[in-house]
Design a protein around this ligand. Structure first.
Ligand code: NAP
Length: 293
């Protein structure tokens, strides 16, 4: 298929690479120059990338970035033609998603929200899970592309429901990780060995995919970004916004948001979200160490 891929960050670069590997014809664009995906046409603007494309795939930071790429100067909107599909893998507001979808529908363009989970390693390996909202027939057309970048798709309902489900997933990741980080901090203060504790966790009902994935990074104190803290804070805020619209109270997540706010103030925005641990350590006056560190 002819695809325009917009946004070549941590996730987008590997996703576009996997589309090329699967034999698709890909035009790429990134806001800052210099991010190149081999085997693609490097376009001058979002409008240029979308010229003649059957599918426009977005993977940019947030709601404002999606709006800018679509409707800003030299935006995708200029190149929209009837029958195109826009698939958005950025994690953004479900409400804004529905508004964007209505706007492009006036030109006969369908919108599928395709946020994903699986982090940097899943994007590299082509094993992402896509969490989808949209019309069944459009999703059917996108299946070869999901297969090139991921291992499974979950349709959650109509347009916007993919984003709603993604927020609900990241709410849990943020809370589970924060529970783990608090446990490690208290354990260090109580003189427990972190590696030993992780082995106990993994053998017990406390075990979780989040802990399994994050523990090795934490134990060797590698806080380089797989999922940057600033983006998890964005998702926490989106979840709280959605909760407010739905008149739902989320006291745990509200508290975790405050931890993220301080972490950003302390200069951790571009580290992995696992770096919220460093704040807890500072407050407790300890450092969690595994043998690998
Ligand atoms: P990233 O590395 O920070 O990349 C963000 C991308 O968005 C870059 O290409 C950036 O361009 C572009 N961008 C930012 N603001 C823009 C604007 N105003 N206009 C146009 N482009 C803009 O982030 P990522 O980790 O790839 O994440 C991308 C999306 O996937 C986010 O919504 C994130 O929440 C979601 N996600 C990430 C993960 C993960 O583990 N990393 C997992 C699942 C979902 P520049 O290069 O110019 O900065």
């Amino acid at each position: 298929m002819r695809i325009a891929f917009l946004g070549l960050g941590i996730m987008g670069h590997s996703m576009a690479t996997n589309l090329v590997k699967a034999g698709h014809e890909v035009a790429t664009w990134n806001r800052s120059p210099g991010k190149i995906v081999e085997g693609t046409r490097a376009a001058a603007s979002p409008a240029d990338a979308a010229q003649g494309a059957e599918v426009v795939w977005l993977c940019v930071a947030d709601t404002a970035a999606v709006e800018n790429v679509l409707f800003g100067p030299d935006g995708v909107e200029q190149s929209l033609t009837e029958g195109m599909i826009i698939s958005d893998s950025s994690t953004i507001s479900p409400t804004a998603t529905r508004k964007f979808a209505e706007r492009v529908a006036q030109k006969g363009v369908q919108w599928v929200d395709s946020p994903m989970t699986g982090s940097k390693t899943g994007a590299e390996a082509g094993t992402l899970l896509f969490i989808i909202g949209g019309n069944e027939q459009a999703i059917e057309m996108l299946k070869p592309l999901y297969a090139a970048m991921g291992k499974k798709i979950f349709r959650m309902g109509e347009t916007g429901k993919g984003q709603s489900a993604k927020l609900v997933m990241n709410l849990q990741i943020a809370l589970i990780y924060e529970g783990f980080a608090e446990a490690l901090t208290l354990a260090a203060k109580l003189g427990l060995d972190a590696e030993n504790l992780v082995q106990l966790i993994n053998a017990s009902m406390v075990k979780s995919g989040v802990i399994e994935y994050k523990a090795p990074f934490v134990l060797r104190r590698d806080f380089s970004p797989n999922f940057p803290l600033r983006l998890m804070r964005k998702d926490i805020r989106l979840a709280l916004e959605a909760a407010k619209e739905a008149r739902v109270k989320l006291p745990g997540l509200e508290t975790v948001e405050e931890v993220y706010d301080v972490a950003v103030e302390e200069g951790h925005a571009d580290l992995d979200y696992a770096a919220t641990l460093q704040l807890l350590e500072k407050w407790a006056g300890v450092e969690v160490k595994g043998e690998a560190a």
